[in-house]
Design a protein around this ligand. Sequence first.
Ligand code: FAD
Length: 329
Amino acid sequence: MPISHNTDVLIIGAGLAGLSAANDLRQAGRKVLVIDKGRGLGGRLAGRRIGDATFDHGAQFFTARESRFKAAVEGWIKAGVAEEWYSSYPGQPNGHPRYRGVPTMTAVAKFLATDIHVMRTTRVDSIGQQGNGWLAELDNGETVNAKAMLITSPVPQTIDLLATGNITVPTDKQARLNRIQYESCIAVMAILDGPTAIESPGAIALEDGPIAWITDNLQKGVSKIPAVTIHASGEFSAEHLSHDRMEIGQRLIDAAGVYLGDAKVTEYQVHGWRYSKPTIVDDAPCILLSEATDLPPLAVAGDAFAGPRFEGAVQSGWAAAKALMNTSK
Ligand SMILES: Cc1cc2nc3c(=O)[nH]c(=O)nc-3n(C[C@H](O)[C@H](O)[C@H](O)COP(=O)(O)OP(=O)(O)OC[C@H]3O[C@@H](n4cnc5c(N)ncnc54)[C@H](O)[C@@H]3O)c2cc1C
């Protein structure tokens, strides 16, 4: 008999939005199940090891603006899973703290998942209404029955998921989902045979050309050995996402030459993020799709709602938890 799980709230996605929502819902006494297709926790907070080198290859840092989020960051620092990386770098001093996860960005997600039931490497294949709740079918053959559901995948994937169960949402809300767009990002992770020429604190943002950002993971404190993450610009990534990855990776390494100094690349891998950062976002911190419908409670959240970055994803998760708690009968 295939396993069937029962929960109050099914959360699709163990990224920042999903895990932040999960914590608030759990603290409010809800039974929560988080499902993620990825091997690791954190979604677009991603780390990778190649031999002795370690890379952050998704989000590189985060900033803190809003008071609850600032308090959360303080908590993460106290717990040893985050620290200030820098507040200015050569040419662009502005004194605004940039934080990083310790030892890597995913540490924050792991911390957020401490008390949360997360099923990893499990994809939600389809979702549909069943009675007063939701039924999700998973790629391992198992199913989940949930009273309420929160979807935090990048919005184009959320739209596809809604279509699997012919879930019709109000036209204005569907139009808001359809408007949202993301840029893509090709990320190169390269091991070097010596130190880079990048100045302290080990990061550089570029305005022109194929590269948008380079991190020296050794200086950042992520890697034990010289290793860089190169992020291509949105324009370059869109143009080359479907090209041969290693060939594009080599082009980006060549373009980064001056920042690598005398160091030579000994090995590299390439990752393509189809949905990297939202470029067109919604004005609301989340959308309660079930509002004013006969649908069981259903919300969508993520960085496309409360701001196209780490902090926005967390705040969107909190907003969605609140919206779902208000629907409870
Ligand atoms: C290359 C790159 C660089 C970035 N740099 C920065 C930066 O420096 N600073 C910053 O603030 N932000 C940065 N960001 C953005 C930041 O990473 C995101 O804003 C944030 O992590 C988004 O969190 P989220 O929870 O909204 O979505 P995600 O992290 O994308 O989480 C969604 C999760 O849903 C899962 N999922 C999707 N579909 C399914 C399914 N059907 N079944 C099960 N699971 C599913 C995915 O596996 C994923 O884990 C960057 C992002 C990228 C990719």
